[in-house]
Each structure stands twice: as structure tokens, then as C-alpha cells.
Write a protein that binds this ligand. Structure first.
Ligand SMILES: Cc1cc2nc3c(=O)[nH]c(=O)nc-3n(C[C@H](O)[C@H](O)[C@H](O)COP(=O)(O)OP(=O)(O)OC[C@H]3O[C@@H](n4cnc5c(N)ncnc54)[C@H](O)[C@@H]3O)c2cc1C
Length: 436
């Protein structure tokens, strides 16, 4: 019997456990560890609360957790409660699926002023991540800006623009809903260093902006290359650009009080303000021969008392695990970090790709594990039994999937009308719910 520890219960962790289960059948026990008693990683804390259909993928993960060979061990932080070295003593292989929880920094002056928040923090705030409950993003000014041209930037801008009725059916947490309800923000500027052809926004997410109750997307046709240039784009990107061109051709709806302004070829130079963010000083750019943004020397100001930076994520290094600072992920070759130690998902590839991208990733690494220690080969490692003994000695109380189900049931029971659940947002609340 082999014993495997998968660290992280986001998509990558669950797909890896699923793949290991398929490869080993009853010849392995797979423990999925997480720092929280609640599973699913960014499905719970990242994916937008108004995109409920995407979150339904967690039903598949529930099936994995229900399999005979798989256990969930929550409330255990690897690197704090137990080291990776200790896990390697206890398990035959350790697979890090810890994701990329931190926002990448812009690296410009003024970034630390109050009012500037990373997208991980802002997204965590509206999704009920315990680290960001008290973020209190300033919503009292009329102007906000989102820096970045990916889907996460779109999520942040859309959440800032929605009305209370548009959040019906979502699981946005109560504190965010209440704060957004009183928001004075009327203009949300989305800044991108390059042009429309270089966006990393998908058609579905862009298309939604055309149907917002209180906000009109504003796009300047002068930012686009001639329409024939769209032919060279891959079909998905072409669709996105077509949607942006439609926005450019449509006048803002005077009945809608909010504006979502796409400001392309805009490179933030610094953030200024008197003790708090008030504006971004931006340099106009153009594309150089390699398609990179080149400053033109022309500068202007974008007013914003809330600035969400959405330029990517980085993993949190873990003691003893080689780390790639530039890539913001663990150093690995095709998922292998070292002897019996592997990485999957964002911890392996860096922060890109959809939920589904993590599936082949998990299966590939499970194949590597199975090649290194073929199913049926013996092991003398103690696995979960040893881990639980070690944790007990340290006063750490792990939780299991039944505990999660009790938390979920209570969240569903607490839901306000029209919402699937009211999430608990503090670690203590999770533990109290399960009587700890
Ligand atoms: C804001 C946002 C919105 C997104 N929206 C979409 C979308 O709409 N559609 C889509 O397809 N994709 C979306 N994605 C991408 C998708 O969420 C990721 O591809 C996916 O979550 C990455 O999976 P992962 O398992 O690698 O990491 P994660 O989902 O981050 O999971 C990591 C897990 O590891 C745990 N962990 C971390 N450190 C430790 C530790 N030291 N010890 C124990 N446990 C630990 C965490 O608690 C977490 O549960 C979005 C991403 C973001 C950031």
C-alpha cells in the first residue's frame, strides 16, 4: 500500500488525487491536505460569486473525496504545522498543489498607499477569504481603476459595477454586498499596457459587460488596428476583439450611471495622493517591433481612490522547497521538484490557465509518480496515521470532509433569500461550526 500526500485542495489537488486513485486503485491511500477546513481553493475564494455555474465543478471534487482511497485532512498548514521534509518521511510521494495565493506587485512608487489593493486581496474580500475580511476597500470616491487586462481584472471591474439585484443568485459575502451597495464609484478605468489585440480576456466574460444593469463599457475605436488585422487572431481572441469593437461602436447608455472605461496603451508610472491613493500617473505607450509596450513620453492622470492591481499571482515559498522567484512558482521539471516531491497546478506552472487546465496537469504528474513507484510495489511509510500522531503532538486538530459538509450545510441554511449560501468568513467560525 502506497501513501501519498497532496497538499492543497484546489482543482489541481483534486484532479491529482483523482488520477492517483485511478492509477493505484486500492493499492494507495491519498490524503488531500489543506490549510483550511473548507476545500476547493480558488473555486471558493477566487472564481467570481456571480459565476455560480463554474463553481458547480466542486461536485466532481466531492466524488473524489468520497472515494474509498481518498481522505481530506483540513486545518493543516504545510510549512507551519508540518514541514515538507516531515511529509516526505511519512508519505511515499508529496505533491504540492498549493496554488499562487499572492498578488504580483507592480513595482511602482505609491503602490503601498492606502486605497491600492492587489486583486488577490480584493477578490478574497468579496469571496469571504479569511485573510481579507477586514480589507475595507475604499468605495466612497467616484473613480476606481483596475490595472491589468485579464479575466481577473474584468471580474473586479464587473463586481464594482453591479447592482444589488444583479448579485441575486450569487454567493457574494454579506459584508461585500453591503459595502458595494453604498459604493459611490461611477467610473471604473481598466488600464492595459498594450492594445486590444493583446488582451487576455475571454469572450464570455467580455460579453457580460454589454448586459450590465447600471454600467456601460466604453472603448475607443482609435485604439484598434484596421479590422483586417483581426483575421490573423486565433478564433477565441478574434471573438473577444469583435465584442470590444461592438462596444466601441455603441454609445454609452445615458440611463446607466456607471462607466467602465477601457484605457489601452496605458502604462502606470506611479500612484499619487495625499496619504492615500488619488490618481495614477500613466504613460501612453505604443507597440514596438516585438509587440512589447514602449513608452511614448506622453503622460496623463487617471483619478482613482480605489486601485485594484490585477497583473498576476505568485506562490508562497515553503521552507526547503526550491523556488523560482521570477516565475512565482516552485522550481520543477515537468512537475518534478526532486526525489518523491512534485508540484501541480499553479504551484507548478505559475498563475495561468483555467480550472480545466489543471486536470491534464494532475494526470501527468500522477503518471510520473506511478512510473517511479509502480502500483503494487510495497511501502513501509505510515501515511495519515503517522501524520495524525505528529499533529496531535503539536496540538494541531485536523478536520475531515464530514466537518466540511457540516460547515457547508450551515452556510446553506444561513443563506439570505436568493443566494445559495452565506459563507463563513473567519477561521474561528468554521471551527465553531464543527464544535472545535
Ligand atoms: C480571481 C480568479 C478568478 C478565476 N476565475 C476563473 C474562472 O472563472 N474560470 C476558470 O476556469 N478559472 C478561473 N480561475 C483560475 C482557477 O481558479 C485556477 O486555474 C485554479 O484554481 C488553480 O488551481 P490550483 O489547485 O493550482 O490552486 P488553488 O485553487 O489556489 O488551490 C490551492 C489550495 O492550496 C491550499 N494551500 C495553500 N498553501 C497551503 C499550505 N501551505 N498548506 C496547506 N494547504 C495550502 C489553499 O488553501 C488552496 O485550497 C480564476 C482564478 C482567479 C485568481
Amino acid at each position: 500500500m502506497r501513501h501519498f500526500a497532496v497538499v492543497g485542495s484546489g482543482p489541481a489537488g483534486f484532479y491529482t488525487a483523482e488520477a492517483l486513485e485511478k492509477a493505484y486503485g486500492d493499492q494507495a491511500r491519498i490524503d488531500i491536505l489543506d490549510r483550511y477546513p473548507v476545500p476547493y481553493g480558488l473555486i471558493r475564494f477566487g472564481v467570481a460569486p456571480d459565476h455560480q455555474s463554474l463553481k458547480a465543478v466542486s461536485k466532481r471534487y466531492d466524488k473524489v473525496a468520497d472515494s474509498a482511497g481518498v481522505d481530506f485532512i483540513g486545518n493543516v498548514t504545510v510549512g507551519r504545522d508540518v514541514s515538507v521534509g516531515e511529509l516526505l518521511e511519512l508519505y511515499d510521494a508529496v505533491i504540492l498543489a498549493v496554488g499562487s495565493p499572492h498578488s504580483r506587485k507592480l513595482g511602482i512608487p505609491g503602490e503601498d498607499l492606502p486605497g491600492v489593493v492587489g486583486s488577490a486581496d480584493f477578490v478574497g474580500w468579496y469571496n469571504g477569504h479569511p485573510d481579507y475580511v477586514d480589507l475595507a476597500p475604499p468605495l466612497g470616491g467616484t473613480h476606481a481603476a483596475v490595472i491589468g487586462n485579464g479575466n481577473v481584472a474584468l471580474d473586479c471591474a464587473r463586481i464594482l459595477s453591479k447592482t444589488r439585484t444583479e448579485f441575486e443568485g450569487s454567493d457574494i459575502v454579506g459584508h461585500a454586498l453591503g459595502a458595494l451597495d453604498t459604493s459611490a464609484i461611477r467610473t471604473i478605468t481598466i488600464l492595459g499596457r498594450r492594445g486590444p489585440h493583446q488582451i487576455a480576456m475571454t469572450p464570455k466574460e467580455l460579453g457580460e459587460l454589454g448586459h450590465l444593469e447600471a454600467a456601460s463599457p466604453i472603448v475607443d475605436i482609435a485604439d484598434f488596428p484596421p479590422v483586417e488585422a483581426d483575421d490573423a487572431l486565433e478564433p477565441g481572441q478574434r471573438k473577444s476583439i469583435t465584442i470590444l469593437r461592438e462596444f466601441a461602436a455603441t454609445a454609452a447608455d445615458p440611463a446607466k450611471p456607471k462607466r467602465m472605461v477601457f484605457d489601452f496603451f496605458a502604462k502606470p508610472l506611479r500612484i499619487e495622493g495625499d496619504g492615500k491613493a488619488e490618481k495614477i500617473v500613466v504613460e501612453r505607450t505604443e507597440l514596438d517591433e516585438n509587440g512589447a509596450a514602449r513608452g511614448t513620453g506622453e503622460t496623463y492622470e487617471v483619478p482613482a481612490s480605489l486601485i485594484v492591481t490585477s497583473i498576476g499571482y505568485t506562490s508562497a515559498p515553503i521552507d526547503g522547497v526550491p523556488y523560482d522567484e521570477r516565475g512565482g512558482k516552485f522550481l520543477n521539471e515537468g512537475g518534478r521538484i526532486g526525489e518523491r516531491l512534485y508540484a501541480v497546478g499553479w504551484a507548478r506552472r505559475g498563475p495561468s490557465g483555467t480550472i480545466g487546465t489543471n486536470r491534464p496537469d494532475g494526470y501527468e504528474v500522477a503518471d510520473l509518480v506511478a512510473a517511479a513507484m509502480p502500483p503494487g510495489s510495497p511501502s513501509d511509510r505510515p501515511g495519515a496515521e503517522g501524520l495524525k500522531r505528529l499533529l496531535e503532538g503539536r496540538g494541531v486538530m485536523p478536520t475531515d470532509y464530514d466537518d466540511w459538509r457540516r460547515i457547508e450545510e450551515t452556510e446553506v441554511a444561513n443563506a439570505r433569500p436568493g443566494s445559495p449560501r452565506e459563507k463563513f468568513v473567519r477561521h474561528e467560525e468554521w471551527l465553531q461550526t464543527i464544535g472545535r
